[in-house]
Design a protein around this ligand. Structure first.
Ligand code: WTA
Length: 650
């Protein structure tokens, strides 16, 4: 664990400590959770609390034990049997939601599609039969590399229905990243599209799959959804069109009774090594956690139009675009495009078009909206909104207030939700009908959840002091393990402290018990709410023939929260130039994906290291942030680094 979070929120946060926002009496009166005793009740008997939440799902067979805890491996709802797809679909057909919109889809070009729960049932069961016919069995892995179109949740739910494990790979990853994730999962089938829309252009997604599969020996079939009409090469015997397969598929497919701890999905996330971690989530605990938190935090009601803008390729999309809302029989909006295409009011246009009531988005988007100007949201009717959410990184108080004033028009509570791919669901957040919000604070742990801030020895730090964020007891949606690497699970999360899960985040708890999240303390950068491992980017850089050594850090960025800065030493015969900077940026984007493209690349004769050979990242961060060197647009000069080193001790 090294360094300080590159994050500028601390000052603003404390400045606003005394600024408190209470929910309106009307919101409070109608809220799903109105009584603060829920916290005490859950504290008194937290297992019983989760039992009650679990009873709200449909189980084929009830569990015998709520939790079997053999640290660090938890088994939730032992003996229980259920199916995630049944809970997201079939249950609602019998509960009066057959004709209710399950998914409202808004395509980038402006096309739109509504799937009722009955439609979803038909599409999912048909596709489940397609997968079965292709030989996909319980426990088999299926990778998906798709844009935000209804076929993605359909494919996920079809896997869940037959007990296959899905692994969704974010569509912005390049072929190499996709290959690593398909290979690690050992997938039998890949589902993709001919092309994906991106700001009016077409991304060649099928082509990336073809490239990725050049070094693969597990994939038997590739299923291609036609989205853009782009021409693609179909490999004889391997590649199949989705629409051909669906034409004759039968409607109706029994939902497999899964054990509560059977795998539901794998989702890869960046860690502190170059190799991404396959975070494994189970069925019972995960479904209880996401449905319960979605109901409470978003105060979901029968006639809400709920929109979470996250891509399904990330955990927020899994839990709060797909599984949480559908388990609660809600209407979930899926948007394929970008917030500024064709114009910078696309989000507000969608809210107006569908009368969205709940909006869940990321601070990076909010900061971009602020910069684009108040007139964009002001020109649209946002009066349908009643609740706003934020996720992915600390929200600076200025952005919080802008969101509250300009989007929520001072009517809508804002819930700032802290959680991780690993936690599966929201852990720290206000409950909008109860809590008073402080802009910039994620407020408090949800009922039944125990989170704390400790020093490196594991002792709680006094109020107002920063420390490391830990989770002190198991929670239902916790990751089961790291796929194929249980030792990494133990080392990564359970070895820093005895009896506590280490989040990798730093935080402060104030005198009122409110949590202020301060960013990562490990070598993970949070760019626009997306986690990127410094090691991944460093490996991509040293893969270029010009690069001898590379160190990558996160630099504070006005919109993205953090941006990537790279410090590079060159091999003999290479000299640093603007052309080489451009080439290296392109190289990283081609290796990992555009999201990992460094903002700055500095050439230096040496990387500043401690005597034991550890890179002095704090020094590099200060250089990149312009704290140590005046003008960061120039290349870092080696003498300056040598001089600066003197004043750093890590
Ligand atoms: C950060 C995204 C402050 C944090 C759901 C965490 C946040 C990492 C917040 C997980 C928040 C997420 N306030 N920081 N409300 N939400 N983070 O796995 O550093 O993509 O560890 O999960 O994002 O990112 P991940």
């Amino acid at each position: 664990m090294t360094g300080q979070p590159a994050n500028a929120n601390l000052k603003g946060a404390f400045f606003l400590d005394e600024m408190v926002f209470h929910p309106s009496p009307e919101f409070r009166k109608n809220a799903n959770v109105q009584d603060a005793r829920i916290y005490l009740d859950a504290e008194e008997n937290w297992l019983e609390y989760w039992n009650k939440e679990a009873e709200k799902l449909h189980w084929f067979q009830k569990w015998n034990f709520t939790l079997r805890w053999e640290q660090p491996f938890a088994k939730w709802f032992v003996g229980g049997k259920l199916n995630a797809s049944y809970n997201c679909i079939d249950r609602h057909l019998h509960e009066g939601r057959k004709n209710k919109a399950a998914i409202i889809f808004e395509g980038e070009p402006g096309d739109s599609r509504v799937l009722t729960y009955q439609d979803l049932y038909r599409e999912v069961t048909k596709f489940a039969n397609v997968l079965k016919d292709l030989g996909v069995k319980k426990g088999d892995r299926v990778s998906m590399y798709m844009p935000m179109i209804p076929e993605l949740p359909i494919a996920m739910l079809a896997c869940a229905r037959i007990g296959a494990v899905h692994s969704v790979v974010f569509g912005g990853f390049a072929a190499g990243s996709l290959r690593d994730r398909i290979n690690d999962a050992g997938s039998k089938v890949v589902i993709t599209v001919d092309g994906g829309y991106r700001r009016g252009k077409v991304l060649p997604m099928k082509k990336n799959v073809d490239e990725a599969l050049k070094e693969n020996d597990t994939v038997e079939k590739v299923i291609v959804v036609k989205r853009t009409g782009t021409e693609v090469d179909m490999v004889e015997g391997r590649d199949l069109w989705y629409h051909d397969l669906m034409k004759d598929a039968l409607i109706g497919c029994p939902a497999e009774a899964m054990n509560a701890d059977d795998m539901l999905f794998i989702l890869y996330t960046s860690g502190t090594t170059g190799k991404p971690k396959g975070i494994v989530h189970g069925t019972g605990g995960y479904m209880v956690g996401v449905s319960s938190t979605h109901r409470m935090v978003f105060d979901i009601k029968e006639d809400d139009i709920y929109w979470c803008t996250a891509d399904i390729g990330w955990i927020t999309g899994h839990s709060y675009v797909v599984y949480g809302p559908l388990a609660n029989g809600a209407t979930t909006v899926i948007f394929e495009g970008a917030p500024d295409y064709p114009a910078r009011d696309r989000f507000w246009e969608i809210i107006e078009k569908y009368a969205v009531t709940i909006l869940y988005t990321a601070p990076t988007a909010i900061r971009a909206f602020m910069k684009w100007g108040d007139h964009w949201p002001a020109g649209r009717d946002l009066s349908s909104l009643r609740l706003l959410g934020s996720v992915g990184e600390p929200i600076n108080p200025e952005a919080w207030l802008w969101y509250y004033n300009n989007i929520g028009k001072k009517r809508c509570p804002v819930v700032d939700t802290w959680w991780q791919t690993e936690t599966g669901h929201i852990m720290v957040s206000s409950l909008p009908g109860i809590s008073a919000a402080k802009p910039g604070s994620a407020t408090m742990p949800l009922p039944g959840i125990e989170v704390d801030v400790v020093d490196p020895a594991g002792n709680p730090v006094p109020a107002g002091q920063s420390g490391l964020l830990v989770i002190k007891r198991p929670w239902p949606g916790m990751l089961l393990t790291v796929y194929n690497d249980p030792q990494r699970y133990v080392d990564q999360y359970w070895s820093e402290f005895e009896n506590m899960y280490f989040t990798g985040d730093r935080a402060v708890k104030d005198k009122d018990g409110y949590f202020w999240m301060l960013g990562r303390v490990d070598d993970v950068i949070n760019v626009s709410g997306h986690r990127i491992g410094t090691m991944e980017v460093e490996s991509a850089l040293v893969d270029h023939p010009a690069v001898a050594e590379a160190a990558v850090i996160g630099k504070t960025h006005e919109i993205k929260g953090q941006a990537i800065s790279a410090f590079v030493t060159l091999r003999d015969n290479y000299v640093g130039s603007d052309e080489l900077v451009q080439e290296l940026k392109k190289h990283v984007a081609a290796k990992i994906g555009a999201l990992a493209r460094p903002d700055d690349i500095f050439f230096t004769a040496e990387l500043p290291k401690t005597r034991s050979g550890k890179i002095m990242r704090r020094l590099l961060r200060d250089i990149a942030d312009g704290k140590a060197l005046g003008d960061t647009s120039t290349l870092a000069n080696p003498e300056t680094i040598a001089e600066l080193k003197e004043s750093y001790t890590d």
